[in-house]
Unconditional design. Sequence first.
Length: 259
Amino acid sequence: GCGTLAVLEQNEAGIVLLRSFDWNDGLFDVTWSENNEHVLITSSGDGSLQIWDTAKTKGPLQVCKEHTQEAYSVDWSQTRGEHLVVSGSWDQTAKLWDPAVGKSLCTFKGHEGVIYSTIWSPHIPGCFASASGDQTLRVWDVKAPGVKLVIPAHQAEILSCDWCKYDENLLVTGAVDCSLKGWDLRNIRQPVFVLLGHTYALRRVKFSPFHATLLASCSYDFTVRFWDFSKPNPLLETVEHHTEFTCGLDLSLHNRGQV
């Protein structure tokens, strides 16, 4: 079906719809520009990325179509001094983009399954991680061809990964086996932590921007869960207010308690 990008604003009255854009295929992921508050990029079922400007009523500004299957993931680099976008696709490739250039700069091959998640390191310029249906987490360096690190993280499809905001060597993965696992890039033989509690596949996992050991996850079991992996009982809270699959979540960079 068709997809809609909804841009929302929070003010005293609550949450209001600021702008709405339609696309002729489903939209799977969205990322804000790190250098222009009005610009965002979506990825869609037709394999393309769309660049939108919330200051304009019509869109998109630009469409980049190179992936041959669904573009499932898109992320804008957060390190200063570079404005790069990475996308991951069901065609088993990740692509590097400069939004100012109309075509991809580089294609990363190596995964043997669908790529579900591509996330930039918040610490190391030009470094990103990808999670795949081939049961591996991979770390890449845009300055070097080929994969930097392959972690056989789960014995199931991995749907989500994220970097710790306080430790450049720590990543978390969430998989179809209902578990979250933490990985230290300096020693990948054993996970640093394993978090159990979800009863269906993990769809999205995110580290807190405020606490080094806090994370949030959501799942096809309709729940959102909050964890502190430093505690003996790491599950802090289970939120059951959704009545359908919870497919995505993120933590506010501005408001400590907001998800």
